[in-house]
Design a protein around this ligand. Structure first.
Ligand code: PLP
Length: 409
């Protein structure tokens, strides 16, 4: 059979595989090295005990004749959709219908799959640097052309760098879909409502769609920073929003997320007629998956109970305090750092304009600290380096101490 050459021609291996392989080589050469990992964006703190008990209890129910459940509803159980709608939207003044919320096993799954709704010729814009999933999924579908000098020939890149204060410019050419992610992975920066509004206005004026990834919204601590794009007037006509329990409640291993596709968001068919993307997503999802398990959805709903909320918020606070420890230490050491206030990511400028991957190797060899090279997130990530606050307080302190120590030599 003939393979999908759009997959085989993807550049290199997935960023974190490359990092893992370099660490493995280093460990083999230095088996005694005590490596501190501030690289991959996985959480480390345990689940809220309250949420875990609900999870376990739902699993035990499944072992009873009355409590057993088979396939869940494709869009998710109503009890979870209702909890999301009330707590994440209605409580913030956003009116959504339950039929606009779709439960899934991950924001990665949805952010990667959403492009199935777009025509092959749609022109796609990404902020640069970017969470690689948006780019790779469109590239695998053959929508981005060829990869040359670190860029896809048919993609539009919107630089997000220190020079523009990490506020990307609006696309200047014809673009059909724009992916935005705030709080941002990898830069850890945010957009205020006033900074996000021009993107919504642009999408409305240009019949474009925004895919808004709010996977890190739980880290926002300022009311002026939107937790949902629907806080911006008119966004319900032009935006799809992906959210996740992964970072909000430590569900990276449990797997639960949701995507909001408002009924008003439309695309056009071959005849130019408007088609509801909600109907299209529902149709596609119904054919392609069988939902998320009952105990997982019970656990996700428990995050909204008073006790679940309190315990999960404590964990978020813990990570944000880690971020502050790293930020303060690196700033005191004279490094230029961004993000880390409303996000678990710290985006640092590499010292002496080192290339990102060179700094990765230098840090691993000399400080035994692992981070993520900014260049792995796109051309504009070159010269930057991402550190995460997802480890322990001790790791945050030790790693920043080691970085400063290394640089002072
Ligand atoms: N979206 C962004 C921006 C992420 O950084 C991540 C994980 O790192 C995800 C989505 C993945 O979310 P999930 O665990 O729900 O698949």
């Amino acid at each position: 059979m003939k393979i999908n050459s759009h997959i085989s021609s993807l550049p290199g291996s997935y960023l974190f595989q490359e990092i893992a392989s370099r660490i493995k080589t280093f460990e083999q050469e230095n088996p005694k090295a005590d490596i501190l990992r501030l690289g991959i964006g996985d959480v480390t703190r345990p689940l809220s005990p309250y949420v875990a008990e609900k999870f376990a209890s739902a699993a035990r129910d499944m072992a009873t004749a009355e409590g057993f459940r088979g396939y869940p509803p494709g869009e998710g159980y109503h009890f979870l959709i209702d909890a999301i709608n009330k707590n994440d939207y209605a409580a913030r003044g956003i009116a959504l219908q339950d039929s606009e919320i779709f439960i899934s096993d991950g924001a990665k799954t949805d952010a990667a799959a959403i492009q199935e709704l777009f025509d092959k010729d749609c022109r796609i814009a990404f902020t640069d640097p970017v969470y690689p999933v948006y780019v790779d999924s469109n590239a695998m579908a053959g929508r981005l052309g060829t990869f040359e000098n670190g860029r896809w020939s048919n993609a539009v890149y919107l630089p997000s760098t220190a020079e523009n204060g990490f506020v990307p410019p609006l696309p200047e050419e014809k673009v059909d879909v724009l992916y935005l992610c705030y709080p941002n992975n990898p830069t850890g920066t945010v957009l205020t409502k006033a900074q996000l509004k021009p993107f919504v206005d642009w999408a409305r004026q240009n019949n474009a769609l925004i895919i808004y990834d709010a996977a890190y919204k739980a880290f926002i601590t300022d009311e002026d920073i939107p937790r949902s794009i629907y806080e911006i007037e008119g966004a319900k006509e032009v935006a799809i929003e992906c959210c996740s329990f992964s970072k909000t409640a430590g569900f990276t291993g449990v797997r639960c997320a949701y995507t909001v596709v408002p009924h008003q968001v439309t695309g056009r068919d071959n005849s130019g007629k408007a088609v509801s993307l909600n109907a299209l997503w529902k149709r596609r999802t119904g054919s392609k998956n069988n939902g998320v398990s009952y105990p997982v959805q019970v656990a996700a709903a428990a995050v909204y109970d008073e006790q679940g909320r309190k315990e999960t918020e404590e964990t978020i606070r813990y990570y944000l305090d880690n971020a502050r420890v790293i930020l303060d230490a690196l700033k005191q050491g004279g490094l230029t750092v961004y993000g880390g206030v409303h996000a678990p990511y710290i985006w640092m400028k590499t010292p002496d304009n080192m290339k990102s991957w060179d700094f990765f190797d230098y840090l691993l060899r000399n400080a035994h600290v692992v981070g993520t090279p900014g260049a792995g997130f796109g051309p504009c990530g070159e010269g930057y380096f991402r550190l995460t606050a997802f480890g322990s307080r001790e790791t945050a302190r030790q790693a920043s101490g080691r970085i400063l120590n290394m640089l002072s030599k």
